[in-house]
Structures are given as C-alpha cells and as structure tokens.
Design a protein around this ligand. Structure first.
Ligand code: PSU
Ligand code: MN
Length: 301
C-alpha cells in the first residue's frame, strides 16, 4: 500500500501529531467548475480550512500515485486540464494507477483514499446520488455505496435536484447511512435550503456531529456519515428559479443523449449557462461553507 499512497509532508505531520485534517475531492476541480474559478475555489477551500485550525488534504491520482495533499501546481494542472482529466470513481482507481493515468477523484474515490490515509472528515459541494429516471437507467452514483462502506464523514450541501432526492434518501436508509442536518430538519437541495425531504436527525453543533461518528466507530459499524449543511441564506437561490433551470438542462441533456458519468458535469455547466453564472457563484459559496463546518468537526475527532 505504501507504494501507492503518497502523502504530503504537511499532511503526514498532521497525521503523526493527530492534528485535525479535512480531505477535499478533485472532480469538483476538473469537472465541477470552469477554469480558472475551479482553481481559485480549490485554493480558497484549503485556505478556509487552514484559517479554521485544520490541515487541508486535497486528493487526486497523479503519475500512478494516490496523492493526499496536492501542491498549488498540481491543483492548477487539474483545473487547467479540466474535462481531459479522467473522472475517477472507485471502479477506475486500480486501472488508472496501474496505467499511470492522472485522475480527479469523485466523492467515492476520495472517501476511499482518505480512509486509507487515516483522514476522517471530507468536505465537498454535493454528493452523487440516485438520478431522476433511475428506475429506467439504473444511474445510481457509487458515492452512495462508498458512504455505506467507508468510515468517513462527508460534509455536503445535500444533493442537487438533478437527482431524485427521495430515492437517494431511501437508498441511504437501506444502506444504513446516517444522514444528519447541521442545524436543520430539512434535507437541503444544494443551491437552495429546502426540499420536500427530511434528514434523519438535526444536530446543532460540530461536536455533536463528531460524537455520533465516534460512537459509530466504537461500535465497529462500517460506513460513513453524511452531513447536510444548508447553503447560507444570502447565497441561496430561489427554489422555483433553480428547479426551472434544472428541468431545462435535463431536457437538453436527454435530447443530446448524454448519459452515465457525463451527466453531472454536463448538467452543472448547462445550469450555470441558464442561470447566467448565478448557480456557479452559489456553488462556490456553499463549498466554502462546507469547508468551514468540516474544519470545525475535525477538531473533535
Ligand atoms: N456534484 C457537484 N459537483 C461535482 C460533483 C457532484 O455539485 O463536481 C461530482 C463529485 O465528485 C461526485 C460526482 O462524487 O460528481 C458524482 O458523479 P457520478 O454521479 O457520476 O457518480
Ligand atoms: Mn452515474
């Protein structure tokens, strides 16, 4: 394993001294946002985590290694290459390492690598889930299975309503994944704070979240935990406006025949165009908000 894992000195030092660490994914850099905003956002995420007393560990596959803790150059490289970087989910990890193919890690792959490195908290924007129409397409993100398998807390702003939120919650329940809201009873829908669904528990403090996770570890229960952190009110979008944009984007996607792993990147970019960039701004702000919460949780682990 040591042959494949490459942990930066900063992260290694933090692991040795048991300092708080927050993992970050890289598909959000390559496939989630356009250059140069993606690089700017990724670097700001690291800064926010540092300013709040934790060590950031951005994760990606570079030159046949599972890298934990990227340099500014590596983040810039992933951001510039964008869609040309391989979007690497769990199934792609072994092939890409064996063939030295550079990969940006999804939530699933990032959780897997974070757990290998011994990192317990991970901040992202939104997780993948059960896509709308999944009863026909079977399009269910590997992120959900990873949450069922891997002991990492994932802080997200809920799931976008490009997904079927109800089916996503049912799937997580079946898999025994705890979904808690941070200071909310309602499952937030990424760009907006509301949805028609509830989280399992509402937890009011970062310590309260860490306590539940620690209890789960002590019980030897396999699997992660999802923390749904609503976008701050001042950056949230009107639900009707964003739902309309999402519906339009999905119609366009179906017309173009876009499927599988290309759906999320396509929809994010299309929704950004339809909303004239407003969704991207919200997306960036909610990611920062998740980095802050993840840093605060990491201090109690
Ligand atoms: N949601 C976003 N931005 C993203 C993603 C999801 O708002 O960049 C990425 C994450 O890396 C997530 C992946 O793990 O998309 C899910 O892809 P899929 O549905 O193909 O599993
Ligand atoms: Mn999929």
């Amino acid at each position: 394993m040591k042959n494949y894992l490459e942990i930066s000195d900063k992260v290694k030092n933090a692991l040795e001294k048991n300092l708080p660490i927050v993992a970050l994914e890289s598909t959000i850099i390559s496939h989630g946002m356009p250059f140069p905003k993606n690089v700017e956002t990724a670097l700001n995420c690291e800064k926010i985590i540092e300013e709040n007393g934790a060590v950031p560990a951005t994760i990606a596959l570079i030159n046949g290694k599972l890298k934990v803790g990227l340099t500014v150059e590596e983040i810039t490289y992933l951001g510039k290459k964008g869609l040309e970087v391989h979007k690497t989910s769990r199934r792609d990890i072994a092939y890409n390492i064996a063939n030295k193919i550079d990969g940006a890690t999804t939530v699933a792959a990032t959780m897997f690598v974070a757990a290998l490195a011994g990192i317990k908290v991970f901040a992202t924007g939104g997780i993948g889930g059960v896509h709308r129409g999944a009863t026909e397409t079977f399009d269910i993100s590997a992120d959900l299975e990873e949450l069922a398998e891997t002991n990492v807390i994932v802080v997200s702003a809920g799931a976008k309503s490009i997904l079927d939120l109800g089916l996503t919650m049912e799937y997580l329940e079946t898999k025994g994944v705890e979904v808690v809201g941070y200071q909310t009873d309602i499952l937030p829908a990424f760009y907006s704070r509301e949805s028609d669904f509830k989280v399992n528990f509402n937890i009011g403090t970062p310590k309260g979240i860490a306590d539940v996770f620690k209890t789960k570890l002590e019980l030897n229960m396999r699997g992660g935990m999802m923390v749904a952190n609503p976008i701050p009110v001042e950056y949230s979008m009107d639900k009707a406006v964003i739902d309309q944009a999402i519906n339009e984007a999905i119609i366009e996607m179906d017309k173009l025949g876009i499927k599988g792993k290309n759906t999320t990147p396509y929809l994010l970019s299309k929704i950004k165009d339809i909303t004239k960039g407003k969704s991207l701004e919200s997306n960036i702000k909610l990611v920062y908000n998740n980095c802050l919460l993840a840093a605060n949780i990491s201090k109690y682990l």
